[in-house]
Ligand binder design. Structure first.
Ligand SMILES: *Cc1c(COP(=O)(O)O)cnc(C)c1O
Length: 394
C-alpha cells in the first residue's frame, strides 16, 4: 500500500489533504514521492519559516538529541533557560510558559487571564472577548475562543465566558465591555480568518481601552509572529504591546513547541502547581527554537523579510490591476493573501490545485483567499516564478 492509501485507511479522515506525499525538503524546496520538485510557498502553514531542514537547526537538533531529549519540568535544563531569557530579551515579556502547540499556548493564556483576576480578588472577571473570524485552536477552550461557527459545529456546549465582536471595530468592542471582562484576545494579523491585518489606529485604541478598564490584552502571534510579518513580533509593526502573547508555529521551525509570554504583572496569575505540561519546553524542542531565535535575530535578516514581502506584495498588486478576478491583496511581510472574486467554478481550490501541478505549494482559505506564507528565506526569483504561473492561470 502506498502512503496515501495507508493514510486514508488508517488515519482519522479529519483533513482534506491534497493528493501528494512528500519525502524530502531542503530550503524552499520540497520533493514528492515521484521525485518532482516544488517551491514551497506555505512552509507547513507558516511553520518552517527558515526553510526545510535548515542546516543550523538540524545540527542543533542532532546535537541535543544525542545529549539529552527530556527530563520533565521537575528539573532545570539550559536550552529551556536560554530560550526563555532570549524570548524575554526580544519582547515586552518577563516570563515564559512552554507548551507543545499553539492551542496549548492559548489555553495557558486563557487560564492565566482568568486566574490573574481571581488572585487579585476580582472574582467576577472571567469573560474574554475575541474577534469574529479569529482562530485560536481546536481544544475545547481555544475552540470556544475562536470566532468561527463552522469549526464549532457538533461540539456544543462549549466553554462559557467568551464573546465575539467584529475585528477592527473599536465601537463594537467598547460596547461589549462590562465588569465581567478579564481579557481581550486577538491576532494582530488574522491568519485563518483570511490574512486580515489589524488597522494601526484600532490596535492602539484597543490597548488604551484595556488600560482604561484594567483588562488584560492577549495577542495570539502563533501565525504572525517570529519574523513572519517582517518584525520579530507582528505587534512591533503597530508599536502596541500586549500583556500576554502566544507563539508556536514557526518557533521550532517544525519541531513542536508553543510558548505563552507575559509581563511580570500578568504572570502573578500562576503559582506553583497552577499549570503544567509533561512535554513543554523539552531540551530538544527548546534547543531547536533557540537556534531559530538566533537566526531571526541576525542583523539584516528581518530587513530582508520586509524587502521581500514588499517585493512580493507589489507584484501581487500588479496582478490585481491586470486581472479583474483578483479583488484584494492583503497582509504584512511574508504573510500575504490574494482574494479571488467569487466565480462559478474556479475558486481558491482550483488555483491551489493548478499551482501544485506547476510545482508551487500554496493553500486556500475559505475557498476564496490564496495564502502565501513562504519560508522567510524565499528569493525574489522564486517569487517571480510563482507570480508568472499565477498570471497565466488568471
Ligand atoms: C495555528 C494557529 C493556532 C493553533 O495552533 P496549533 O499548533 O494548531 O494548536 C492558534 N492560533 C493561530 C493564530 C494559529 O494560526
Amino acid at each position: 500500500m502506498d502512503s496515501i492509501k495507508k493514510t486514508d485507511n488508517f488515519v482519522f479522515q479529519t483533513y482534506a489533504r491534497q493528493g501528494k506525499a512528500f519525502v524530502k525538503g531542503e530550503g524552499t524546496s520540497l520533493w514528492d514521492e515521484d521525485g518532482k520538485k516544488y517551491i514551497d510557498f506555505l512552509a507547513g502553514i507558516a511553520v518552517c519559516s527558515l526553510g526545510h531542514c535548515h542546516p543550523k537547526i538540524t545540527q542543533a537538533i542532532n546535537r541535543q538529541a544525542s545529549t539529552l531529549i527530556h527530563v520533565s519540568n521537575l528539573f532545570y535544563t539550559m536550552p529551556q533557560a536560554d530560550l526563555a531569557s532570549k524570548l524575554c530579551e526580544k519582547s515586552f515579556a518577563d516570563r515564559v510558559f512552554f507548551a507543545n502547540s499553539g492551542a496549548e499556548a492559548n489555553e495557558a493564556a486563557i487560564k492565566l487571564a482568568r486566574r490573574y483576576f481571581q488572585k487579585k480578588g476580582d472574582k467576577n472577571r472571567f469573560k474574554i472577548i475575541t474577534m469574529e473570524q479569529s482562530f485560536h485552536g481546536r481544544t475545547m477552550a481555544t475552540l470556544s475562543a475562536t470566532g468561527q461557527d463552522k469549526i464549532k459545529e457538533g461540539f456544543y456546549p462549549l466553554l462559557e465566558g467568551f464573546s465575539y465582536v467584529p475585528f477592527n471595530d473599536i465601537d463594537a468592542l467598547r460596547n461589549e465591555i462590562d465588569e465581567s471582562v478579564c481579557a481581550i484576545m486577538l491576532e494582530p494579523v488574522q491568519g485563518e480568518g483570511g490574512i486580515i491585518p489589524a488597522d494601526p489606529d484600532y490596535l492602539k485604541a484597543v490597548r488604551e481601552l484595556c488600560n482604561d478598564k484594567g483588562i488584560l490584552l492577549i495577542f495570539d502571534e502563533i501565525q504572525c509572529g517570529m519574523g513572519r510579518c517582517g518584525t520579530f513580533f507582528a505587534h512591533e509593526l503597530y508599536k502596541v504591546t500586549p500583556d500576554i502573547m502566544t507563539l508556536a508555529k514557526a518557533l521550532g521551525n517544525g519541531l513542536p513547541i508553543g510558548a505563552m509570554l507575559a509581563t511580570e504583572d500578568a504572570a502573578i496569575g500562576f503559582d506553583f502547581g497552577s499549570h503544567a505540561t509533561t512535554f513543554g519546553g523539552t531540551p530538544l524542542a527548546t534547543a531547536a527554537a533557540l537556534e531559530v531565535v538566533n537566526i531571526i535575530s541576525r542583523e539584516t535578516f528581518l530587513e530582508q523579510v520586509r524587502q521581500k514581502g514588499q517585493y512580493f506584495k507589489d507584484k501581487l498588486v500588479k496582478l490585481k490591476e491586470k486581472h479583474s478576478r483578483v479583488v484584494g491583496i492583503r497582509g504584512k511581510g511574508l504573510l500575504l493573501g490574494l482574494e479571488i472574486g467569487v466565480g462559478k467554478d474556479k475558486n481558491a481550490t482550483f488555483f491551489v490545485g493548478e499551482l501544485m501541478e506547476k510545482g508551487f505549494i500554496i493553500n486556500g482559505i475559505q475557498d476564496k483567499i490564496l495564502r502565501f506564507a513562504p519560508p522567510l528565506i524565499i528569493e525574489e526569483k522564486e517569487i517571480d516564478r510563482l507570480i508568472s504561473a499565477l498570471d497565466s492561470l488568471l
